[in-house]
Design a binder for this molecule. Structure first.
Ligand SMILES: [Zn+2]
Ligand SMILES: [Zn+2]
Length: 226
């Protein structure tokens, strides 16, 4: 059963939050300097059970991914799928976290968790998939879950799933250009094109995430603002 957040006695660093039961962000940098922020149960993000600020949740989740979680099969050196899933996951993570954090009910057990990249071996056989997952949950379980995924047999296509359902899929435009032998775009065109790619992956997930949340909270369909 997931923990109902971690409580302490510090003022919360979230702008406008009045709570005084915050815990310091668990991040400590290479020079052993701790992050100076603290977050109440409504505003902390748990990574491996420890509270983090938004920025350090992201860094900690991707640092943990370098180890590929101990017992899991390490990817072959030439296997791009895990790093592609991780890279696109990093790019989408700020908007996913902002969205999920915004859907927590104040004073509830709602928590947002980010999981580092991990491998999925389909039980029915077939290609491995590499996946980054974010979820909103409480003491009763997962309310909504979104994943960024690369299936080794479909690489370089990137998929977004809400629950088990694929809601969007696209090949990164910079990889597509390379495949076609086209030169890289100018930096400003490249970043605009990347932004369109990320938006095309993320935006179709919003409706299904809200629908899953309404269902798990027993709310009428369409009651959460779209
Ligand atoms: Zn707070
Ligand atoms: Zn921090």
């Amino acid at each position: 059963m997931p923990a109902p957040g971690v409580q302490g006695s510090l003022p919360c660093s979230e702008h406008g939050c009045e709570r005084h039961d915050a815990v310091a962000c668990a991040y400590v940098d290479r020079r052993r300097r701790p992050c100076p922020t603290a977050w109440c149960p409504d505003h902390q993000i748990l990574v491996s059970g420890l509270p983090h600020c938004r920025r350090h949740a992201r860094i900690t989740a991707s640092a943990a991914s370098d180890e590929f979680q101990g017992g899991q099969a390490l990817p072959d050196l030439e296997n791009r799928s895990p790093s592609l899933a991780d890279y696109v996951g990093d790019a989408l993570e700020p908007r996913i976290l902002d969205f999920l954090v915004g859907l927590r009910r104040p004073g509830s057990y709602d928590q947002v968790a980010a999981e580092p990249v991990h491998v999925i071996h389909p039980t029915a056989g077939g290609a491995r998939r590499w996946d980054r997952t974010w979820k909103l949950y409480d003491h009763t379980g997962v309310q909504a879950k979104v994943s960024v995924e690369v299936d080794e047999s479909r690489d370089p296509e990137v998929l977004v799933r809400v629950g088990r359902h694929v809601v969007s899929q696209a090949v990164p435009p910079w990889i597509e250009r390379r495949r076609q032998g086209l030169p890289p775009l100018a930096p400003s065109d490249d970043s605009a094109q990347r932004e369109r790619f990320y938006a095309a992956l993320w935006e179709p997930a919003i409706g299904p995430l809200l629908a899953d949340l309404e269902e798990s909270r027993g709310l009428p369909s369409g009651s959460l603002p779209r």
